[in-house]
Structure formats: structure tokens, C-alpha cells
Design a protein around this ligand. Structure first.
Ligand SMILES: Nc1nc2c(c(=O)[nH]1)N[C@H]1C(S)=C(S)[C@@H](COP(=O)(O)O)O[C@H]1N2
Ligand SMILES: [Mo]
Length: 257
């Protein structure tokens, strides 16, 4: 019976759209079996859509009036390496964003290079797992643009962000901050590499010269002080093996909000 309905849909093209709908409804009403099939198919579609939509849906965007008068600096407030101090001294003119790993064309972008690329601006709410939130306006380059330039190789699955700071040396003597997201989040339109916050260059406290905004996830995924982006097929071999500084200390890898 299911086949029959499908055929009516496929071959009933000469009828008006209204007639088609009526035919479908009539058949369903007359035969509860078909209705059942349609219902379960609908259920499946909804479930699939929710799954996909869930990851692709946009995070809420706010208006200028909603921007928080103050935005906390959390975690590292300034990387304390000599290398970072020198870069900061030179206004990050010598800083390069390296993009490597499973890519056809490894890249090195200066801040000027990034500013020349098409930018996206979004006003979003940052939610820290510690229980505070703040709204800010972020401007930067969509990560999808950077990926398109580098050309991920087949097998690429995650984007890893290597940061300049060591937060706390605990586990294996290293506390290097890093984060990772999968390609679904990497290509999400609101996933940007931000160089500006509230229309000003990113302050050191908030991650100068470049930080990640991945708006569907919690604060600890928003890597600050990005030095290098590495495309990988697995993050198991990196640091503690759980895909991020906080993940290696027990937090969820997918920190959806
Ligand atoms: N490199 C780096 N990125 C980081 C952190 C950090 O300590 N180092 N802290 C994370 C956490 S827990 C939060 S809530 C946000 C804080 O960003 P903010 O300092 O701009 O508020 O950055 C995240 N990204
Ligand atoms: Mo956080």
C-alpha cells in the first residue's frame, strides 16, 4: 500500500496539487495502515531533522542594546610566555595563524590577511560553565573560509586550536590550552575566528589577537590566543587525548547549550 501511495505521488503529476493532496488524505483516512506508515515516516523525519537541525540551527543573536556593559575575563588573562610578550609588543604584526595537518594547502595568515577576508559580525551570549553569561559583539572570519583556503583532505574530522597560554601545569607537567570541534561546528555559519569584540581589537584578556567563537557551545570551547589550527582525523594523540584542556580534566567534549 505504501508503494501505491508513492506511485500516486510520483505519477500523479498531471493532477492539480490540491487533487494530489486530497487523494493522499482520502487514502490515508480509508486505510489506517497507510496512516500508520505515514505517521512513522513523519516521526522518523522529525527525529532526523531535529538531530541535524540541532547541530545546524543558529544560536540566538541579540541587538546592540543587549550588549553587556562588562564582560568577565576568565581563565588566562594574559599568556605569560616570552614569545607572546614579544608578539604583543609588536602589535601582533609578526603573529601568524598557522593552518596545517590534514590539508592540501597549509597556510600562514597575518592579522592583516585575516582582516582583508569577508567578515561576519554577531551579537551573542557567552555562557560559562561556572554559571555566568555575558553578551558581546564579535567580528571575525568564518572558520569555513579558512578551511576552504586550506582544503581539508579526505579523512579530516576535527579542527584543533592550539593556544599560546598554559593555564595550570598539572597532569603531565603541561597545561597548554587547546580545544577541538568537529567539521559540523567548524562549517557552522556562526563559527568565526574573532579579532574584534564590541567594535574594538580583541583585548589581551579576551584572547588577542584571535579567538574562536563557536556559539552553540559553552565558554571553555571559545579558545583564546589561537596560534595554530590543526586539522586531524582524531584528537586521541593530543595532550590528554580528550580534545581539550578542560576535557582532559573531566569536562564534556561536546559542550552544547
Ligand atoms: N586559551 C584559552 N582559552 C580560553 C580559556 C583559557 O583559559 N585559555 N578559558 C575559557 C573559558 S572557561 C571561558 S568562560 C572563556 C572566557 O573568555 P573571556 O575571558 O573572554 O571571558 O574562554 C575560554 N577560552
Ligand atoms: Mo568558562
Amino acid at each position: 500500500m505504501n508503494k501505491l501511495t508513492r506511485r500516486r505521488f510520483l505519477f500523479g503529476g498531471t493532477l492539480g496539487a490540491g487533487a494530489l493532496v486530497l487523494t493522499g488524505c482520502d487514502a490515508a483516512v480509508q486505510d489506517p495502515g497507510i496512516e500508520g506508515v505515514i505517521r512513522s515516516a513523519e516521526g522518523l523525519t522529525m527525529k532526523t531533522q531535529r538531530l541535524l537541525q540541532g547541530r545546524h540551527a543558529l544560536a540566538r543573536e541579540f541587538s546592540e542594546a543587549d550588549i553587556s556593559p562588562s564582560f568577565r575575563v576568565n581563565g588566562t588573562s594574559a599568556p605569560d610566555s616570552k614569545e607572546y610578550a614579544q608578539l604583543l609588543d609588536g602589535d601582533f604584526v609578526d603573529w601568524r595563524l598557522k593552518v596545517d595537518g590534514l590539508v592540501d594547502r597549509p597556510q600562514a595568515f597575518s592579522l592583516a590577511d585575516l582582516r582583508k577576508l569577508p567578515a561576519r559580525t554577531q551579537i551573542t551570549r557567552h555562557d560559562c560553565v561556572e554559571g555566568w553569561s555575558a553578551i558581546a559583539k564579535w567580528t571575525g572570519v568564518p572558520l569555513s573560509t579558512i578551511l576552504a583556503t586550506a582544503g581539508p583532505k579526505p579523512g579530516a574530522r576535527y579542527v584543533v586550536f592550539h593556544c599560546a597560554d598554559e593555564l595550570e601545569k598539572t597532569l603531565d607537567g603541561s597545561g597548554r590550552y587547546y580545544e577541538s570541534i568537529d567539521l559540523i561546528d567548524a562549517y557552522h555559519p556562526q563559527t568565526i575566528l574573532a579579532y574584534a569584540m564590541n567594535d574594538r581589537n580583541l583585548m589581551v584578556g579576551h584572547g588577542a589577537p584571535l579567538r574562536l567563537r563557536v556559539e552553540r557551545q559553552l565558554g571553555y570551547k571559545q579558545a583564546k590566543y589561537i596560534m595554530r589550527i590543526e586539522i586531524v582525523d582524531s584528537y586521541a594523540a593530543l595532550w590528554g587525548g580528550n580534545g581539550g584542556y578542560w576535557e582532559d580534566r573531566g569536562y564534556e567534549w561536546y559542550a552544547g547549550i
